[in-house]
Design a protein around this ligand. Structure first.
Ligand code: ZN
Length: 297
């Protein structure tokens, strides 16, 4: 028998570690999967009003719908393709792993691409998943640097001293939000004006910020040091989706990050407290760069 689905549509993230050839999340490090999954839950709970249709290829049909999902292989950085995967409704699939990213890069996250052949609404089914012209996509891939000293937090509601380590939770939510399309899909780039670095002209973000938020080079992030408030609180914090993070720093998702995601098409739960609500594929790989500490400013 079928059980009735939850009245509140909600998407979740299905993390797939089959390309984690350097064992960032597997082997003796398999306990780390819990931390990535809790970062995913933190994000999906905020967007519980956004639903995603299933992607169901029909390669044996008289009019076959077929496709390849394409993404950056997290284990080696190569272009990876999977032929005719089926993805369930309300699920984003994310291929996760680690490798040495070099330089000051902590992580990379990008929306997956696709190539497809078929009939009827097949292309729209893959791109938009029942959301009009909002390019939700199917998911993508995440890569974490294997040479970084990471802090894994078993309770993300409290912030402890991390020493010289970098906060895995903060970087994970940043990269997951890229997979969701922030800075990585045409639903985002359609709202970018004035060159590179340009400005973001989405209605929600602009109303909240007071003007079009300035973007950083590449137009995939808010400008460095963009300030907002932690979502659901009045606490001032640098946005999660600026380009960098320091060691020993926790960044939660902020109201401005959520406004940007609403502008590209997501429906978020209403913010619990505060004021008059602000109403509120080309696959790029984007990076988090370690901030250099300034001795005086
Ligand atoms: Zn980024």
């Amino acid at each position: 028998m079928f059980l009735a689905v939850s009245a509140q549509a909600q998407f979740t993230f299905a993390f797939d570690y089959s390309y984690d050839t350097n064992n960032f999340f597997t082997g003796s490090n398999s306990g780390r999967q819990t931390y990535l999954e809790s970062a995913g839950t933190y994000i999906s709970n905020i967007f519980s009003q956004t639903s995603l249709n299933a992607i169901t290829p029909t390669p044996g049909a008289a009019q076959p719908n077929t496709w390849d999902a394409t993404f950056t292989n997290p284990g080696d950085g190569s272009a990876q393709a999977i032929t005719n995967p089926t993805y369930a409704a309300n699920v984003y699939t994310i291929y996760a792993g680690g490798r040495a990213l070099g330089g000051s890069t902590l992580g990379q996250g990008g929306a997956g691409g696709f190539s497809a052949s078929g009939y009827g609404d097949w292309f729209s089914d893959i791109r938009y998943r029942g959301n009009g012209t909002f390019n939700t996509g199917w998911g993508g891939s995440l890569t974490f640097d294997t040479a970084t000293s990471w802090y894994f937090d078993s309770d993300i509601n409290t912030v402890e001293a991390m020493g010289s380590a970098f906060d895995f939770f903060s970087v994970a939510i940043h990269e997951i939000i890229h997979v969701m399309g922030f800075g990585t899909t045409d639903s985002w780039t359609n709202l970018v004006d004035n060159g590179d670095p340009g400005e973001f002209n989405g209605t929600y973000a602009t109303a909240l910020f007071g003007s079009n938020p300035t973007l950083s080079s590449g137009n995939g992030h808010w400008a460095e040091n963009t300030q907002s408030t932690v979502y659901g609180s009045e606490t001032t914090q640098e946005a999660a989706m600026d380009p960098n993070i320091a060691a020993n720093e926790r960044k939660y998702i902020t109201a401005l990050d959520i406004a940007g995601l609403r502008d590209i098409g997501y429906s978020a739960v209403p913010e619990p407290s505060t004021v008059a609500l602000i109403f509120g594929i080309s696959a790029l790989s984007l990076v988090v760069i370690r901030r250099r500490f300034l001795l005086s400013r």
